[in-house]
Design a protein around this ligand. Structure first.
Ligand code: SF4
Length: 336
């Protein structure tokens, strides 16, 4: 049986605004990832996917606050730890994070080699400079990155190369879990492909044991991850294999998301593009019932008042809706 590398149980985190209002951006999220597997998280802007990524590191500082739940990485529970302990003992080793537009975070006045030294010494202060240099050279070679880049300043590298360098540096200590938040969104299509190929290679070579890839582009995940989860208003609304989620979504929101996006390069399906009407609810005061009810064309009266749990239908597939799968599929079939 495959080993569970990341287990998240009922994780809840919130932002506290400067007016002391609570915004529940991640609400009782549970997920698991097995060794060697990758999970994509998709959803509109503001659905909570980037906050979930930050929350999964166990490293909280205002305005983000941990409320409850557990994050277990390869058997180690990192939830509720002191931020200083997390920074010294968890980040970079148990979990590494590549934020959006990470390539712009490189200090333009320092060489890439100096940046690598900073990262390694922050986690392993006893390391010698030569040892660090050798580690960097080896990893760059393994990832087909030019050795000369080590002696360059960030401004001397192209956007795509900068992003590959940031990914290589962020994972130099071979973290158990890599969380990549829109790692390719700021790049041109060619650079996107190179970055995605590099992430896959890192999994294959065992530099990372599992990966979470966040994007608002559901079809992109089809080419990158094994499974996909869709988030809406701070909650998970559906999970399944990448193929199931792209070609056979169950939840009305997942289906709307797919229909609002151009599907894949391989041309296997031609959608009529339709937008999802309305906007997500205000998470300062989330709806009592289904959070998608205001925008859902399949809503029934109870949807507004009765909250729906995730329903596990087996085979790694789950969804959050008051209608049965059979009913939803019949309705979808009548529309297509
Ligand atoms: Fe739509 Fe009701 Fe299902 Fe929510 S529970 S997705 S409102 S049908």
């Amino acid at each position: 049986m495959a080993k569970t590398i990341l287990e998240v149980r009922e994780l809840t985190t919130k932002y506290v605004t400067r007016f002391h209002e609570d915004v529940y951006a991640v609400d009782h999220v549970s997920l698991q990832i097995e060794e060697g597997k990758s999970l994509g998280i998709a959803g509109e802007s503001g659905c909570g996917k980037s906050t979930l990524a930050l929350s999964l590191m166990g490293y909280y500082f205002p305005p983000l606050h941990y409320m409850s739940g557990e994050i277990i990485i390869d058997g180690k529970n990192i939830s509720g730890l002191d931020p200083d302990v997390v920074r010294r003992t968890v980040l970079g080793k148990d979990v590494a994070y590549i934020p959006q537009a990470a390539m712009n975070a490189l200090n333009p006045t320092r060489k890439i080699s100096a940046f690598i030294e900073d990262v390694i010494l922050a986690h392993e202060p006893g390391r010698k400079r030569k040892e660090i240099r050798d580690m960097a050279r080896k990893r760059f070679e393994e990832l087909h990155l030019p050795q000369e880049a080590l002696d360059r300043y960030a401004v001397e590298l192209s956007g795509g190369m900068k992003q590959r360098v940031v990914i290589a540096v962020s994972t130099i200590l071979s973290p158990t879990v890599l969380i990549a938040d829109e790692p390719s969104s700021a790049l041109d299509v060619t650079s996107q492909k190179v970055v995605i190929k590099m992430l896959r290679e890192m999994m294959e070579k065992g530099f990372i044991k599992s990966m979470i890839f966040i994007t608002h582009e559901l079809p992109l995940l089809y080419n990158v991850t094994d499974d996909i989860m869709v988030m809406y208003a701070g909650q998970i609304v559906e999970r399944g294999s990448a193929k199931e989620m792209v070609f056979d979504p169950i939840h009305p929101y997942s289906r709307g998301l797919m229909k609002s996006i151009l599907v894949p390069e391989d041309g296997t399906r031609a959608n009529k593009l339709t937008a999802i009407p309305g906007t997500p609810p205000n998470l300062k005061n989330p709806p009592r019932g289904c959070r998608f009810a205001e925008r859902c064309k399949y809503a029934k009266p109870s949807c507004e008042t009765v909250s729906v749990p995730m329903i596990d239908i087996g085979g790694g597939r789950m969804y959050r809706c008051g209608h049965s799968v059979k009913h939803l599929k019949e309705v979808y079939a009548s529309e297509d």
